[in-house]
Design a binder for this molecule. Structure first.
Ligand SMILES: Nc1ncnc2c1ncn2[C@@H]1O[C@H](COP(=O)(O)OP(=O)(O)OP(=O)(O)O)[C@@H](O)[C@H]1O
Ligand SMILES: [Mg+2]
Length: 620
């Protein structure tokens, strides 16, 4: 029975967040964690040791003995008392910094590791992710480098109280029990009402996330334009204030002192202390207890009170919750971001010959009856979608906003896997290919391409390329004059510079063209010229077609002047192909494509005429 209760307690202890947090300290640095604990226990032992030392000194004075040894004892304990605290604080600060770094590393690796990207979009993981990411920003508690000091002082008090109680055993076995019980009740009460333990509830996390979002909107440059233009400043401040007030309310409710238990705890403390101090006084009066021993016991009886406040640390709680989130996130993210497992070997489509990924696609890229949706409970974005793109040709995808064009490009990059059907390259299901080897064959300019805060050279070839190749790619993308290769493309860096939207787009195009030079065989261009001026667009698109003539190109665009230049055009609607053919074929067919083309052509003709007029005017 007893054994089973021990096992149960052990399990309950191991399940606690605090336990996990102390485990993280050991993982971050075994040596520092050991030193931190040793120093902590020594600090906790000091009050009891000082009580014993002063007791010994008083006894020696009273007995008229030599004082050298007792004074040395008091001196050593006193000096240790002074020295141990700053020493332990310094070790704690370094350990805190290491632990924060360990947690950040683990989170970053966990976020980057999955082959897919579903984990970063999963609503179930969003709260944990934001708590783990915001950890150490000082939003819910002090950064760990400072927090370790608060955590340590709480634990030191707990140790000090327990060790003082142990000394009291020498007076009477029941005395420490009575005092521990009395101060233990206060400890429990303070812990229940003094520490905000529910900071990990969905309500708290939602309020934190909203406050964080409002704060970012107010302080980051990207939102500054619209906040001012649309007069949203007050709205942002109100939203921030509202969520912070909600947080304070929740904290107040959770940490409010409960009156009745408080009265009960006070009664216990008063009667417990009265009993022990009466017994001590009685023993002194009877002469059973000498003055030295009485000095020690009186001090330690007072010292037990540290139990009430010891271990009580909001900092521990604030650090343990995100630490636990970081501990559980990597496996949750690995699962949510995993790509579909390979189909069973029996049903796997394999080519007849040896797979040469480095030459793919050599024949075709094919969507075979593909059904895909981000949320399987709603209508799929692609619905039994069938499309063959011959290798070495260009294919444009057109369709209204939300038709699924970008989704199609993401599937081609194998960022997600379809729920039904397959994407095949030269007859091979891409799930049968090594994902990294396959992705080496693909390059893309995404609609929301990344603007790396790196030098122009690294923006074009993030993994490195000879300068001649970088310059050739920039030339093909019409970005030669943007800036020199060493300039960092962000303000806030030494000689950093910011580019215009269209200039950035040219740089992103150059990045894809550099990848083509380095061997990519499938190029995805999602609205690659949306931000280019009309003349630049026609010229650059011609050059892109030239640079990608030997590879397979998929162009997604709403600009029919560029779309018409490719070999084949696919009109996407309701997740399916509704028209497919060359520009001439689709125009002759007189269907959806022709309607869209003529609508845009007539509007562009007007713009062009006006543009011409402006040009002539400026020549005069
Ligand atoms: N990450 C995502 N999670 C959930 N749904 C998404 C996600 N991305 C897109 N969707 C949804 O999938 C549908 C297709 O989106 P997609 O971005 O492919 O459209 P699109 O054809 O590229 O549109 P646009 O012309 O506006 O770029 C839309 O209804 C969109 O709301
Ligand atoms: Mg899109």
């Amino acid at each position: 029975m007893c054994h089973r209760a021990d096992v149960g307690m052990w399990r309950a202890l191991r399940r606690r967040r605090e336990w996990a947090f102390f485990g993280v300290l050991v993982k971050a640095s075994r040596g520092l964690a050991a030193a931190w604990w040793v120093l902590l226990v020594l600090r906790g032992a000091m009050p009891a040791l000082l009580a014993i030392a002063t007791g010994v000194l008083v006894a020696a004075v009273r007995g008229g003995e030599r004082l050298t040894a007792p004074l040395t004892f008091v001196g050593i304990v006193f000096v240790l008392f002074q020295v141990l605290t700053p020493l332990q604080q310094a070790v704690g600060a370094v350990l805190g910094a290491r632990t924060a770094q360990w947690l950040h590393d683990r989170l970053m690796v966990g976020a980057v590791a999955p082959s897919g990207m579903g984990h970063l979009e999963s609503p179930e993981l969003a709260d944990d992710l934001s708590m783990a990411r915001d950890f150490d920003l000082g939003m819910t508690g002090p950064p760990l480098v400072l927090g370790m000091g608060f955590i340590a002082s709480g634990l030191v008090q707990l140790v000090a109280g327990v060790l003082s109680a142990l000394v009291l055993v020498a007076f009477a076995w029941w005395a420490p029990l009575v005092l521990l019980l009395a101060w233990g009740s206060t400890h429990w009460l303070l812990r229940e009402s003094g520490v905000w333990r529910d900071r990990n509830t969905p309500e708290v996390r939602a309020a934190q996330r909203q406050a964080g979002y409002a704060y970012t909107l107010a302080t980051d440059p990207p939102a500054a334009k619209e906040l001012r233009l649309f007069g949203l400043g007050d709205w942002v401040v109100d939203r921030f204030t509202e969520s912070r007030t909600r947080l304070f309310d929740l904290q107040y409710q959770a940490t409010r002192l409960r009156e009745r238990p408080l009265a009960g705890a006070l009664l216990l403390v008063l009667s417990g202390n009265a009993l022990v101090f009466w017994a001590l006084a009685d023993a002194v009066a009877d002469g059973r207890l000498g003055l030295g021993a009485a000095t020690t016991y009186l001090q330690t009886a007072v010292g037990v009170s540290a139990v009430a406040f010891g271990g009580l640390s909001w900092a521990l709680d604030g650090a343990a919750a995100p630490a636990v989130a970081v501990l559980r996130l990597p496996s949750a993210m690995a699962e949510a971001g995993a790509l579909a497992p390979r189909p069973p070997a029996a049903t796997r489509r394999t080519s007849t010959g040896v797979l040469d990924v480095a030459a793919m696609p050599a024949r075709e890229v094919r969507f075979r009856d593909v059904t895909f949706g981000y949320d399987t409970s709603s209508r799929p974005v692609l619905d039994h979608f069938d499309l063959t793109i011959p290798a070495g040709s260009s294919m444009a995808i057109v369709g209204v906003n939300g038709a699924g064009k970008t989704t199609l490009a993401k599937l081609l990059c194998r960022l997600y896997d379809p729920q039904e059907g397959a994407l095949e390259v030269d007859g091979v299901d891409i799930r049968d290919l090594d994902v990294d080897a396959y992705r080496c064959r693909v390059t893309a300019v995404f609609q929301d391409f990344v603007r790396y805060e790196l030098a122009l050279r690294d923006n074009v070839a993030p993994l490195g390329a000879p300068d001649t190749a970088v310059r050739a790619a920039l030339a093909a993308a019409g970005a030669t004059a943007v800036t020199d290769l060493d300039t960092v493309l962000a303000r806030g860096y030494d000689h950093g510079s910011e580019l215009s939207g269209g200039q950035w787009q040219r740089v992103a195009l150059a990045r894809a063209l550099a990848a083509v030079q380095q061997g990519a065989g499938l190029v995805l261009l999602d609205e690659p010229t949306a931000q280019l001026d009309v003349r630049g667009e026609a010229e650059i698109f011609q050059r892109i077609l030239e640079a990608t003539r030997h590879v397979t190109t998929v162009l997604i665009s709403h600009r029919f002047s560029t779309v018409r230049q490719v070999d084949r055009i696919c009109v996407l609607e309701h997740g399916q192909v509704v028209e497919l053919g060359s520009h001439e074929e689709l125009m002759a067919r007189g269907g959806r494509y022709r309607t869209m083309f003529e609508l845009q052509a007539s509007r562009f003709a007007e713009v062009d005429e006006q543009g011409q007029e402006v040009a002539y005017d400026s020549l005069d």
